[in-house]
Ligand binder design. Structure first.
Ligand code: PMP
Length: 404
């Protein structure tokens, strides 16, 4: 079979990452890994989920738990999320919430909803690789959302028009972003709102890590700032993507979109066409566990993650040679390193795996334009203190030798 002749053009844009092969080595027991950006499985609320799953399987509840259900999502879960959104400054109704199979599915649906081939998506340089992959399937161009707000709406529009499309939305991960760990301050959030209003484009606000703040004061989500301006979620241009992956468990694949009614109405049809609904049983279990323990559970997560972040920052302070800089995240799972321009993150990874047995993610894949070769992402979420000490010392020594 000559598959090429039957494949859609968009499929050629779906590429395996160049570093995937290298990262397969992570299974080897002697590797110290700062690569995977995943929650520590030792911190999953296992007993609570065991109880919730067993409760859902009692005779009175099992038929509903194992049955098809509505595309919008399990109502008690949407009610819990609506109350949680109100708590963070986003008053909304359960009808403003669509349950998705993780926030990754939300990104795919939003690409499908808004991008016509040739349109432009504004995003950070770097940005979440999974968002680039999700949107890429719909054949957009990516344009750098200027961090300092020094590109005018007219300039963005002219660039998008020159590419034959129009700008449709800005995608931002605002708290403790993947990959940089950085947080957008309130003023920058307001500037993004101003720009989006001027350009008449949507904002996709990815809040995957929002609950995992270890210090500093929470900053209202862009959607909350917008509702303070426009008065109602149904008048808002910001589409908020939430997730239970980092707070409860990613394997259940439960996330949500919170947005204006006309957006949700269209997304519900999309969900129906794509997979009917997310797992009924998983939604029921997540609703019960969130209701029972979300607040104390997230509080409990903060201590180990904060301690690992502090340990990694201290090790970097101690071990990194002159010329290397890094972010100091207030939450989330990532620290982002910038090396002197003469170094390449992918080459460093190859050397590191061979001689130091330390893994991380080279930064280039997070840049839509393929720049950022001298950057890398370190995750502290699953690393124990002694591993951090050894791994960062080895990495610092390797970088020092490469610079010598
Ligand atoms: N957004 C960001 C910024 C992420 O880092 C991730 C997971 N790595 C996701 C979305 C997707 O998470 P999930 O589908 O598990 O909710």
């Amino acid at each position: 079979m000559q598959w090429e002749s039957v494949l859609a053009t968009r499929s050629s844009r779906m590429k395996a990452s160049e570093i995937r092969e290298l990262l397969k080595l992570l299974d080897q027991p002697d590797i110290i890994s700062f690569a995977g950006g995943i929650p520590d499985p030792a911190l999953f609320p296992v007993a609570e989920f065991a109880k919730a799953m067993a409760d859902a399987m009692t005779p009175a509840r099992a038929e509903a738990a194992l049955q098809y259900s509505v595309s919008e999502g399990y109502l008690p879960l949407r009610q819990w999320i609506a109350a949680e959104m109100a708590r963070i400054g986003v008053p909304c109704a359960p009808s403003n919430i669509l349950i998705t199979s993780g926030s990754q599915q939300a990104l795919d649906y939003l690409g499908k909803l808004m991008i016509t081939a040739g349109d432009t998506v504004l995003c950070g340089w770097p940005t979440y690789l999974g968002a680039l992959s999700a949107f890429n399937a719909y054949e957009p161009l990516f344009e750098q959302l200027s961090p300092k707000g020094n590109v005018s709406a007219a300039d963005y529009e002219a660039r998008a028009a020159a590419n034959g499309g129009r700008a449709k939305f800005a995608y931002l991960s605002v708290d403790f972003a993947n990959p940089t760990g950085e947080t957008l301050d309130r003023r920058a959030r307001e500037q993004v709102l101003d720009l989006a209003a001027e350009m008449e484009i949507a904002i996709v606000e990815d809040a995957a890590y929002q609950a995992l703040r270890y210090d500093g004061e929470p900053i209202p989500p862009i959607l909350a700032l917008e509702i303070a301006r426009c008065g109602s979620i149904d008048a808002a241009r910001t589409i908020y993507c939430g997730s239970f992956s980092k707070t409860l468990a990613p394997g259940l694949r439960v996330g949500w979109i919170c947005a204006a009614q006309p957006v949700i109405d269209r997304l519900v049809l999309m969900k129906q066409a794509a997979d009917l609904h997310s797992s009924t049983l998983n939604q029921i279990a997540v609703a019960q566990v969130a209701e029972a323990v979300m607040e104390p559970h997230v509080e409990m997560l903060r201590d180990p993650y904060r301690a690992r972040r502090d340990h990694m920052l201290a090790a970097l302070d101690r071990e990194m040679p002159e010329g290397v800089t890094w972010t100091r995240p207030e939450g989330g799972m990532f620290v982002w390193l910038t090396l002197p321009p003469s170094l390449d993150g992918a080459e460093l990874l190859a050397a590191s795996l061979e001689t130091e047995r330390v893994a991380f993610v080279p930064g280039r894949a997070f840049f839509a334009d393929g720049s950022g070769g001298n950057t890398l992402r370190l995750s502290f979420s699953c690393a124990q203190p002694e591993q951090i000490d050894i791994g960062i010392a080895r990495l610092g020594a390797l970088i020092g030798r490469a610079l010598a």
